[in-house]
Design a binder for this molecule. Sequence first.
Ligand SMILES: NC(=O)c1ccc[n+]([C@@H]2O[C@H](COP(=O)([O-])OP(=O)(O)OC[C@H]3O[C@@H](n4cnc5c(N)ncnc54)[C@H](OP(=O)(O)O)[C@@H]3O)[C@@H](O)[C@H]2O)c1
Length: 433
Amino acid sequence: MWRWREGVRGQHEPNPITIIALGLSPTGIAFVRGWAGKGWSRHIGVFAYTPLYVTTVRGTGKVLASTHQAWTPTDKESKYKYHHSRSIILPGLLDLFPSHTHLYILTNSVKMVPSIKLNSGAEMPQVGFGLWKVDGEIASDVVYNAIKAGYRLFDGACDYGNEAECGQGVARAIKEGIVKREELFIVSKLWNTFHDGDRVEPIVRKQLADWGVDYFDLYLIHFPVALEYVDPSVRYPPGWHFDGKSEIRPSKATIQETWTAMESLVEKGLAKSIGVSNFQAQLLYDLLRYAKIRPATLQIEHHPYLVQQNLLNLAKAEGIAVTAYSSFGPASFREFNMEHAQKLQPLLEDPTIKAIGEKYNKDPAQVLLRWATQRGLAIIPKSSREATMKSNLNSLDFDLSEEDLKTISGFDRGIRFNQPTNYFSAENLWIFG
Ligand SMILES: NC(=O)c1ccc[n+]([C@@H]2O[C@H](COP(=O)([O-])OP(=O)(O)OC[C@H]3O[C@@H](n4cnc5c(N)ncnc54)[C@H](OP(=O)(O)O)[C@@H]3O)[C@@H](O)[C@H]2O)c1
């Protein structure tokens, strides 16, 4: 299906090989209207009648498309026709355009990542890469490969214990000219033991140093629970237990105290946007009473077994973007031997999800991801395998029918995997109670 897609220069380029469309109008005024990267689109077009059409290939110098077929616009947004084309190689032309320039492509095979405009004004890629359980030994390569595959958003956290390694992957990609810092969207999270107001900034500075960057694009409160401070020299990441074994020791910090400290991160330029994760409606209502800076995003567990429609309604009404984590449901939790994750039908193997995928020639993972993005959510799937990281990223080039969306939402059973009580016997930590 032909359609116009909007992209943001710097955020949606999937790899160093970039084709850019340069249109010259009949009046001779030059303007730029489109770009696409390798694998994003077979056809690119411009808004105006273009007697001359130029493509550039950056990176390899290899011509990806030397001619373009004429196309006729098929939707009402497209006012002009493109009739003739020629291609020449102009390496590096894309760099002429400032980061964050909005550009448009007409395509029938889109693998382009749209962005979500946050209430902070920032543009957040709708598809990102999750870093939980990415082993430190491979994290640098995984991040580097994910950048090469086209990911620009990385979802990290102190608790994942791999921020320094992830930062090395970023540094390598930047050094090799694959991407610039401002083209990435790096997310990190405040761990529970750093909720006391005076602990927030020092730990953010440590996390930034680990990543090797001087600001986070988005910084989230990881869980709405404050635990007693554990110094990084004692144990890092500190985990849930004060003694590293079994003791849960709360701190006295309120969410208001923590949020006020989060707001100062924005004022100091350490985070461009701030948000929350694992918050439920009651606490959000409370936070919104005193927040001087409203949370830009809410990151929650979200999959067909946990649809959370009311929470999504609230976020939408309050202008808070929602990011879904663990989009494949039990897939991420089977390795913890959680009984319900083991017993439930894996969504990736579910016959209904598979059958829906077959209709669109998509795999079950792409169906689950598209279901989430069509509900307006951002997604952050994690995969250490290059082929799957690519197929997950490329899950936006089809639309599930209303009926299929409904069928998938009908799986809802209110089943949550990611809660402390599923990992250890938490005698005093029922945070989703
Ligand atoms: N805020 C929070 O509290 C919180 C909690 C959980 C997660 N998160 C974030 O959300 C991200 C994603 O969630 P998640 O890591 O729980 O799980 P996920 O992305 O839903 O699933 C990851 C699992 O699915 C496999 N997988 C990935 N793509 C696949 C595909 N196309 N086909 C088949 N299997 C596939 C992965 O294996 P391979 O690696 O072998 O491919 C891995 O075992 C995390 O990495 C983290 O950044 C946040």
